[in-house]
Design a binder for this molecule. Structure first.
Ligand SMILES: [Fe+2]
Ligand SMILES: [Fe+2]
Length: 275
């Protein structure tokens, strides 16, 4: 099963830039690359910060962009989103009984769980009792699961970034739940950080992907300010086979030279210098 993870597209009202770049162009480039390179993907999963400021006009551009795709798209919201504006733009989008954008589906024997950690008025993530109940029911009733979420649930050793991770009191609740079901959770995939970070948490492997816009720098000492830079974007291609996971970063804006080399021993032989 191939899954494409795109994250933090931060779409604006048309004409407005985001961090000095055109987020619509970047998102279109990423989708074009998926159309040409990954037509066999089972899902395209966009892990939040769909818009930069949550305006209806920004969501309208997302509706328009999600056409002619090789597979279904799954959307998560993030701290830069507005749940009501999102649902107005996607009125048939699934949500749970409490109104959160929580939903799940079984693909190729694995429960793909899309968890909403957004809370109005804060950039930090939340996981309240209602969301806990929803997630527990999902985990209880599945054989295997893969969790997609916007916020990094765990602290990452980045003091400023960690201030907008899942809040510590909710983190403990999620950690307890995931620890209980770790045997059936293959991976945690998230966005929000605008950088690739990998590790394990509660005994479960996790990975984040870059933004299609600007990237963050991993500053392990800065206490207050997030460090960002216009570094190259990428999206993720997740190859999920049984309980195994392989993740590739796809540098979809690269337009420089590409060198080709064979894999035979002789192909890498040092050329004989001309006399
Ligand atoms: Fe973001
Ligand atoms: Fe975010």
């Amino acid at each position: 099963m191939k899954l494409v993870q795109i994250s933090d597209i931060h779409l604006t009202v048309p004409g407005e830039r985001m961090g000095g770049l055109n987020p619509h162009r970047r998102f279109a480039q990423a989708l074009d690359d998926v159309r040409t390179q990954h037509r066999d993907a089972a899902r395209i999963i966009i892990t939040g910060d769909l818009t930069h400021w949550g305006e209806p006009a920004a969501y309208a551009t997302l509706v328009d962009a999600l056409t002619d795709l090789p597979c279904p798209v799954r959307l998560l919201i993030g701290n830069h989103d507005d749940r009501a504006a999102f649902l107005a733009a996607f009125p048939d989008h699934p949500k749970d009984a409490a109104g959160f954008i929580n939903y799940a589906e079984t693909v190729d024997g694995t429960r793909l769980i899309y968890l909403d950690t957004t809370e109005p008025g804060t950039h930090a993530g939340h996981f309240c009792a209602a969301r806990r109940d929803w997630l527990e029911a999902e985990l209880m009733n599945c054989a295997r699961a893969r969790l997609f979420v916007h916020h990094n649930p765990m602290a990452l050793g980045l003091p400023a970034e960690d201030k907008i991770a899942l809040v510590p009191e909710d983190r403990a609740s999620l950690a307890e739940l995931l620890s209980t079901y770790r045997g059936r959770i293959d991976y945690i995939h998230f966005g929000h950080v605008h950088a690739p970070v990998h590790g394990t948490w509660c005994g479960i492997s996790f990975a984040s992907v870059r933004s299609t816009g600007n990237q963050s720098l991993p500053d392990l000492t800065e206490q207050e300010l997030l460090q960002g830079a216009p570094m190259a974007p990428s999206y993720g291609v997740i190859l999920a086979q049984g309980t195994d996971t392989i993740i590739h970063e796809i540098p979809f804006t690269w337009d420089g030279p590409i060198f080709c080399a064979g894999t035979k021993w002789d192909d890498w032989a040092k050329p004989v210098a001309a006399e």
